[in-house]
Design a binder for this molecule. Sequence first.
Ligand code: TRP
Ligand code: ZN
Length: 886
Amino acid sequence: MRENRPTTVHLKDYRAPDYLVERVELHFELLDAGTTVTARLDVRRNPLHAAEGAAPLVLDGVGLELLEISLDDEELEAGSWQVEEERLVVHSVPERFSLETVSRVHPENNTSLEGLYRSGSMYCTQCEAQGFRKITWFVDRPDVLSAFRTTIVADRERYPVLLSNGNDVASGELEDGRHWVTWENPFPMPCYLFALVAGNLEHVADTFRTASGREVALRIYTEAENIGRVDHAMDSLQRAMRWDEDVYGREYDLDIFMIVAVNDFNMGAMENKGLNIFNSSCVLADPQTATDAAFQRVEGIIAHEYFHNWSGNRVTCRDWFQLSLKEGFTVFRDQSFSADMGSATVKRIDDVSFLRTVQFAEDAGPLAHPVRPDSYIEISNFYTTTVYEKGAEVVRMLHTLLGAERFRAGTDLYFERHDGQAVTCDDFVQALEDASGVDLARFRRWYRQAGTPVVHAGGRWDPEQGTWTLDLRQELPRIPGQDAPEPLVIPLRIGLLGPDGNDLPLDCGQLSGENHDVLEFGETEASFTFRGLDAEPVPSLLRGFSAPVRLEYSHTPARLRFLIQHDSDGFNRWEAAQRLMQRSLERATRIVAEGGEPRLGRHLETALEAVLRDTTDPRQDHAMLARLLTLPSEAWLGEQGETVDPVAIHHGREALVACIARRFRSELFASYHLLRGNLPWRFTPEECARRSLLNVCLGYLMARPDPQALSLCREQYANADNMTEVGAALRALVQSEYTDAADQALEDFHARWRHDPLMVDQWFSIQAACTRPGALDRVERLLEHPDFDYRNPNKLRSVIGVFANQNLVNFHAEDGSGYRFLAAHVLRLDALNPQVASRLLVPLTRWRRYGAARGEQMRGAIDSILASGKLSKDVYEIAAKAVKPD
Ligand code: TRP
Ligand code: ZN
């Protein structure tokens, strides 16, 4: 907490560390009244700075009570060192020495969930990015790599399981009922990868045989009541390990790999070396309690954290500005893995939907920053969709430009060249460039320029010559405080459809990529001419969403329908449907705002009719059909115009949904009955697809009062054997006008699952998302519910987070009540958990997009936060950037 303005850290000020820590020996005594941490650091002066005079030794430390300090086993005299705010300075030190500190920390009072803290009955840690300094004095920066040896001492009864990084090398009993275990990690690592867990945990064990024949022990630890829910995580882990060997040639390196599930966690999961720690919501899954989406999330996050062992741990970041080096690359890797496990097209659609709503919004607002930011106040605020998801798109573009084979040669060189090092995004690109021979100098601009490029495209058909010319212009946003942008290299995957809907051969002379279907568009303007055409083609542009840009190309509705029907690129079939729906939605929103009744346009009606017909065809990909039937989200619609009116968007969309439901009532019932299988639950791509389409049908049927739909919905709620169907039915009931049925189901759900925190989270979030009138009152009552826990981030996200991010019509209520509600909770939470508080604040920062009246209310809410004298750096940075004049 601070009174004065916090300082900004700049990339341009990077300087290699003055001191390196080669070895760390840690000794933890876990006691109820506080934990003592003894740290012995083998330090040496950084030879890089040999030419300069010796600098004082400066160690980071936050909230530590220093009990003892000695250098080479001699107690340090007062005056030769001093503790400043968040620093320990030793004025003069030799070339090499060991420094030992003993300090006390209080995990039992740590509500920030950063450093060493308690979650339920266990101890655990979260060190990334700068939490290790809350555990002991250290050079807390990622370019200091050390060999760790960690001993944990604790009561044997209460904490039978004691875990840390690496392999366990020794253990023993003490007379007083305590015991100890020593762990050793032979791979030098930065301290942000340190982890410790102590608790009364059970585990499931399995093994993995690596490609080179080593056997690795795999263990997943949870509290006793959850141990039956880790099979899917274990299976996902084994598949991820195999996949990384097959696709990237990366083998696991230690003898043991452990995962621990904890209930209180600020983010999804953490890749600590050999000891991943997971939010229980991202590792536990069984059919009764987890939706298919949750199963997929577990699979993806297990893979993500596992993949970090190479992209992040063996090769790590030089400084936190390079965060996307590990995160963008690892997200790209986990997306590719998930695509290989199921439908690649549907995975791409889901990833792009997320990118285009959340990341595009970030890139268009006051928090816009490049994939490699150039400054920060609090690094925790930079674990963003830009660093993660746009960063993954940048790596994906490199993959597209180089092709799979050269890309693999590049990553091989990257891992070989930089194993054991802390490097930059530039080193990554350099390795790809060196291995492929492709000049990537201009491509690097993607890392330093913020904002979403707009690509304006137009086509010219020349019937005489039989040529079709594509004219492209890129428009790059100017971001306040940043240099004028330079043209980006945009890989534009393209297809041309002939009158029969088949792909025409592309004869352009400037195509690259594995399939010779990628245009490298790297200037402000460019034109590409395709020859040898008999008739005007229908272009399919930006196939697979080959670059993170907004494409402006206007297709007529008839052509969009043609693309929905024929495009060989599944992503663009979906994209065409989205654009067709978007037009209808914009029209519906206008009509409803004027008090009218919207109609389904002819084109959308015909398109939906065809898709609904396909739902009865078992050879169709039902997951794809489910997406083709789903209207663009309110959030995405809000991203389109200049100013957003979330209330109008909501009512327009609801009206169109009802319109579709009315027009296709009998088709929807027919499809629903065909899809409502009665085979026992299985987690296969086909079954997930069937369930998602089933739920889309149910959603439409329940969109208007319809007793027949109600009885189907209640039946699904009562009889389905899996949470995908039960949860969707409950959601539909809660959202419907059948409030008695909804209350009954909610009560039933709670009675059944009240003992299970993750289920209570779902119960909360279904209610917090309900857009019916009185939403804020309901949300406030949920906060008073005995099962709500203000210290648990999952609970906060389920109620406050869901309300502010998914219940847009109520969060943006005209009277500003939603904004004041959020601001009050951000302030209250900031005193407990700044990281979660600053994330909850983000929706308010977009105030400039909501028109004068709403914008003023939103801005007022941010001002009320800034008026508080004692904000964390986290919340201060977001709030201050939000109101900075542009
Ligand atoms: N490195 C983690 C990941 O993406 C992210 C993470 C987990 C994190 N916990 C955190 C980031 C706490 C900041 C603070 O895999
Ligand atoms: Zn990550």
